[in-house]
Design a protein around this ligand. Sequence first.
Ligand SMILES: Nc1ncnc2c1ncn2[C@@H]1O[C@H](COP(=O)(O)OP(=O)(O)O)[C@@H](O)[C@H]1O
Ligand SMILES: [Mg+2]
Length: 415
Amino acid sequence: MMQPDVFAQTRYAPHEGQRQFHASGGRFKVLIAGARFGKSLAAAKDVLADLVAAPTRGWVVAPTYAMARPEFEAILNDLRARLHVPLQAVTDGGRSGPSHLVTPWGAEVWCLSALRPQGLLGQSVDWLVMAEAAHIDGEVFERYLRARLSSTTGRMVVPTTPRGLNWVHDLYNRATEGDPEWHSFRFATWDNPLVPAAEIESARRVLPAETFDEQYGGAFTTVHGLVYREFSRTRHVAPITAPQGAVVYRAIDAGYTNATCCLWACRDADDRLLVLREHYLCLATADLHAAAIHAIDAELEAQGLVIGPAWIDPSGVTLGAELAKHNIRTSQARNDLHPGIECVRMLLAGDGEPRLVIDPRCVNLLREIEGYRWQDSSRHGERVPVKQDDHALDALRYLAFTLYRNVVWQKVAPV
Ligand SMILES: Nc1ncnc2c1ncn2[C@@H]1O[C@H](COP(=O)(O)OP(=O)(O)O)[C@@H](O)[C@H]1O
Ligand SMILES: [Mg+2]
């Protein structure tokens, strides 16, 4: 049975975020989301099609048996009550022991606890759901679980809330770093339309901001907090078709050991800032950067856009002079840190609708925006972001500040 049939027969109507997750054919799918997004349900439904189609062996592993129950119960319930499968064997250890089931065609599901990793040896598996992995020891995955998937070229689904910047954050980043077997998704609780807004608002009122961002926002936070809290992939990322004739602005942050980044952006009829493309490269000569910039300029011109002014960071004069030799003229960007950050946040928050949209091709910008954090200590009572992985973000700040510093819609919440 194909995925759509299984969904129909088990009366499952995935919401938009779940739909995106199911649509991915990645071998390893990391689903990071806030509480009650529907991670467990989506993971169970995702593997159900494998289970129904063939005599596959699958494991649901979680930090404890109890935490593996939602996925196991969803599968068990669908097989019994919705698909009317006469199961050959069921042991149900409930919340305190291992459970398993076997179908007449020989498919097996095992419900296991990562607290007893010895129980995770031996068998190879066709699929693995590693539920709430952020609370599993990364060692257990490396030593006991990963090898289970290799002989069968099995697949894995990782439905979990985030927990700081631990090893699950590294799993999440494998996809953004371009490993084609890995696909990552990140959603907030409010991306599930079935969760009442009032419930989310009451959590927001009682929880510390960072905890709320993690548990409901599905964000990788630390106690230091995210600079761009307002950012979400659902709201701010979409493939962009720029309006015909629009002027394209470029902003460059120069680096050598650190990346040099150039962003291309334009404004649409609603005065939103649309970030179209990025160039992001370390350890490269000015000639290489110039060639890459020319190539993207030409591509955008061929789409009917007009290449407008470019800005470069004040410490990038050398690169600026080199680029000028290649006919790429830049002027100095205003590098006011906090006002620039406020400008970007204002665009992210927008006026109900976000005023900043980023094309999914800007993978480095997206990675940086999700990782940008405040430092522990403050300077003159003002918080300062951690100065790393901020090259695309600096370029974004130059664009936002140059184009929008005189625009005021609403004050964003103080940081
Ligand atoms: N697409 C959906 N249709 C109907 N109910 C859903 C859907 N997605 C999630 N739910 C329900 O929402 C609740 C939370 O889902 P769950 O998968 O447990 O969330 P999570 O694992 O993200 O905390 C459950 O009662 C689940 O059945
Ligand atoms: Mg769950």
